[in-house]
Ligand binder design. Structure first.
Ligand SMILES: O=C(O)CCC(=O)C(=O)O
Ligand SMILES: [Fe+2]
Length: 203
């Protein structure tokens, strides 16, 4: 974990994003996935909203995933174990990148077949406190035919833009600066399961 934390902080510092494969081992991934599927089956997931506070609304033309927010005071042992790993990332990013990260918030996400999340930034006027986005994919298998990629956009020095498509491979962790990298989830052809969270500069 030490080397990995070094790697994550160095990449965030230099490139504003990092992708780590096999961030969790297969047994842990399968257990988290099973727990999440049970919660889905219990009807606990809701259409995700966009915006914040009074502005919050379900806009399925912008995002059509379903989410369940994690309750920091009521985490299952598996969730607590993932939370602890994110806590390590939070600390190393503060030490090496001076990001002043104070807390984490996160939700489970389920993208049913055909769902997507249009291009956006995770940090904007309504949610200014999200500094670092942390996504963990839990899917059993994924190929390019399943689509549903995370597309991240990068502006280049000549003013043009390039993008990179990231498959939501199980065990893969994606970390990036919430206010710097516009991204979207392209329509998925297979149910797509993940945990998305944000390290914030408030408590
Ligand atoms: O699941 C993903 O790949 C990205 C999700 C996302 O952009 C978000 O929830 O803000
Ligand atoms: Fe996002």
């Amino acid at each position: 974990m030490e080397d990995l934390l070094d790697h994550i902080s160095a990449e965030i510092y230099q490139n504003s994003y990092v992708i780590v494969d096999n961030f969790i081992d297969e047994n842990f991934r399968k257990a988290l996935l099973e727990e999440q599927i049970n919660l889905v089956n219990q009807g606990k997931f809701r259409h995700a909203a966009v915006g914040k506070g009074g502005q919050k609304q379900v806009r399925t033309e912008i995002r059509s995933d379903e989410v369940l927010w994690m309750d920091a005071d009521d985490l299952s042992p598996l969730q607590a174990s993932y939370w602890a790993k994110v806590e390590e990332i939070r600390k190393v990013l503060n030490q090496r990148c001076f990001l002043g990260l104070r807390s984490f918030e996160g939700h489970f996400a389920r993208y049913p077949i055909g769902s997507f999340y249009k291009r956006h930034l995770d940090q904007f006027h309504a949610v200014p406190h999200r500094v670092v986005t942390v996504i963990l994919y839990l899917n059993d298998s994924w190929t390019s035919e399943d689509e549903g990629v995370l597309r991240m956009y990068f502006s280049q020095e000549d003013g043009s833009e390039r993008y990179e498509d990231i498959l939501p491979l199980g065990g893969r962790l994606v970390v990036f600066l919430s206010g710097e990298i516009p991204h979207e989830v392209l329509p998925t052809k297979k149910e797509r399961i993940s945990i998305t969270g944000w390290l914030r500069n408030i408590d």
